[in-house]
Design a protein around this ligand. Structure first.
Ligand SMILES: C[S@@+](CC[C@H](N)C(=O)[O-])C[C@H]1O[C@@H](n2cnc3c(N)ncnc32)[C@H](O)[C@@H]1O
Length: 270
């Protein structure tokens, strides 16, 4: 796979399916602003800013924020939210692997659920390091396929569904391929570069979707992993997954609570 994964096709449902609860969003915002001791002069860059799930509350507090993304649809969703408002947000359609900024331009660079979508993620890391000021903060949060060991806990329903879906695909002769760098790879690369990395669980909450909700999301191709699967295999895999879930859990309508966490790696290059 050689190109990054644009979120153009899910921009209209992104917030409804990936949005953070308001109190979680407030916690994430407060954590970031405190961590970097943000002032009106602090310059933020978010690569793969999307619809502004992380950026918007920071922008709304008047901070100087720049966002890059390869999806115009995602960027337009964010622009719409700020229509008529005073703000210091600059948005650009730009690729993480070729950032249109001078060296040492930003105090804080963020990527939240992005590097797992970028085949040349090492080049993206190099670009982030280049545009970050010396002693700046790089805040890295990994995507769903970039599992830390505790995310693979099979008491986590979503992990079980994913695992079963992958088994079904394998049985149909299709191996799901990662698009970009998973957390293990990214963290190993950062260690190799001599970066210091500290981990924080910034927020924890309960998600109460039903099994039916999850299965519907798979079926509607709302998760990026599904976009690589050939249609004929995808359409066979979903009824199989439903049948498995029905057998495994009984009613699909039972609300299934799941621990969700917002985790950040705080990276400093000396
Ligand atoms: C899962 S979304 C995350 C959006 C936002 N960071 C958030 O946490 O809600 C990933 C975003 O990265 C963008 N993206 C993927 N590859 C990219 C690249 N090479 N350069 C810039 N953005 C990219 C996608 O278009 C999408 O908007």
């Amino acid at each position: 796979m050689s190109t990054s994964v644009s979120f153009d096709r899910v921009s209209d449902i992104y917030d409804a399916t990936r949005g953070l609860p308001p109190e979680v969003s407030a916690q994430v915002t407060e954590y970031i602003l405190n961590l970097v001791s943000a002032t009106p002069d602090t310059k933020f860059l978010e690569v793969g800013i999307g619809t502004g799930r992380i950026a918007l509350p920071i922008v709304q507090q008047g901070f100087d924020y720049t966002g890059a993304d390869i999806s115009d649809n995602m960027l337009n969703e964010l622009r719409r939210k700020l229509e008529g408002a005073n703000h210091r947000l600059t948005l650009l359609n730009a690729d993480a692997t070729n950032l249109p900024f001078e060296d040492n331009s930003f105090d804080v660079v963020l990527t939240v659920h992005v590097l797992h979508l970028i085949p040349n993620w090492k080049q993206a890391l190099a670009e982030i390091r280049r545009v970050l000021k010396p002693n700046g903060f790089y805040l890295y949060s990994h995507g769903r396929i970039n599992l830390q060991p505790d995310d693979t806990d099979l008491s986590n329903l979503r992990s079980q569904l994913d695992k079963q879906w992958q088994t079904i695909l394998t049985n149909y002769g299709y191996e799901l391929k990662p698009y970009g760098g998973n957390a293990e790879e990214v963290l190993a690369e950062l260690a190799e570069q001599g970066a210091t990395v500290e981990f924080a669980v910034v927020a924890q909450w309960q998600s109460n979707l039903t099994l039916q909700d999850w299965l519907d999301r798979y079926e509607k191709k709302q998760y990026s992993a599904s976009w690589q699967v050939p249609d004929e295999i995808f359409s066979r895999s979903i009824p199989d997954l439903r049948q498995w879930a029905q057998q495994q859990y009984g009613s699909l309508d039972t609300p299934l609570s799941r621990d969700a966490r917002f985790k950040l790696a705080v990276v400093r290059w000396a």
